[in-house]
Design a binder for this molecule. Sequence first.
Ligand SMILES: NC(=O)C1=CN([C@@H]2O[C@H](COP(=O)(O)OP(=O)(O)OC[C@H]3O[C@@H](n4cnc5c(N)ncnc54)[C@H](O)[C@@H]3O)[C@@H](O)[C@H]2O)C=CC1
Ligand SMILES: O=C(O)C1=N[C@H](C(=O)O)C[C@H](O)C1
Length: 252
Amino acid sequence: MSAQIKVAVLGAAGRMGAEAVKAVSEASDMELVASLGRGDDLAQILEAGATHVVDLSVPAATEANVRFAVENGLHAVVGTTGWDDDRRAELDSLLKGHPEVGVLIAPNFALGSVLASAFAATAAKYFESVEIIELHHPNKVDAPSGTAVRTAELVAKSREDAGVPASPDATETQLDGARGSVVDGIHVHSVRLRGLVAHQEVLLGGPGEQLTLRHDSFDRASFMPGVLLGLRTVACRPGLTYGLDGYLELGQ
Ligand SMILES: NC(=O)C1=CN([C@@H]2O[C@H](COP(=O)(O)OP(=O)(O)OC[C@H]3O[C@@H](n4cnc5c(N)ncnc54)[C@H](O)[C@@H]3O)[C@@H](O)[C@H]2O)C=CC1
Ligand SMILES: O=C(O)C1=N[C@H](C(=O)O)C[C@H](O)C1
């Protein structure tokens, strides 16, 4: 029998952290050895004998948490948002000094969401227009969502590789924000609404037709298979993996 994966959850009292604590506790090949929140001493992770860290904290804390894990030889599965190009580049160079450590940064752990983003990237080169609408609960502190940013990056790369020009847009005057934010040339619109959890639509338009790719997370349980897959895989994938699609066979 292979050794238990000894997991410390950071952000354990949060909406996602609490769900991860439950999922890890129920997994027969894992042991929850530490649950930390704001203000807790990260040394507790080492004292507890963790081999893996799950970070589900806040954008302002995640970088220091992951740095601590890497510097102490622990693998990290990260769901927290805020990992822009500069932060990922810094982490990548830190990991060069710790070649045995794996880190997964997953903007979205839900399998359906990962697939929808991949489908969107495949479809985007065949349509003149593409825009993204992400819809979340009103307690979310960041906009646009990490998932929308990642989807926009994948869509933009696919269109650039295929030589597709920018989506047509004749807007000359607008109120601030009317056209949303722009990520790699793709317009992203953020809705915050009581009752929602996490949802996204990619709208693709061509002459006389529209394709809509929508994914809905109705419950945070939807993210847990991805968290567990990340924990089971990350030690075998040294270095930085950005996106759970890196651990899946998506045939691209
Ligand atoms: N990758 C994915 O599939 C998903 C990612 N998320 C992301 O995960 C993060 C957490 O989301 P929620 O659970 O909804 O937020 P939340 O606000 O409910 O939980 C965050 C928790 O982190 C704690 N915290 C603050 N500073 C900390 C520190 N230095 N160390 C450890 N814990 C600290 C807070 O006290 C809070 O309990 C967000 O960035 C969110 O966008 C959320 C859902 C799915
Ligand atoms: O804060 C959330 O809730 C979510 N955050 C992630 C994101 O920003 O994409 C993942 C999911 O959308 C839920």
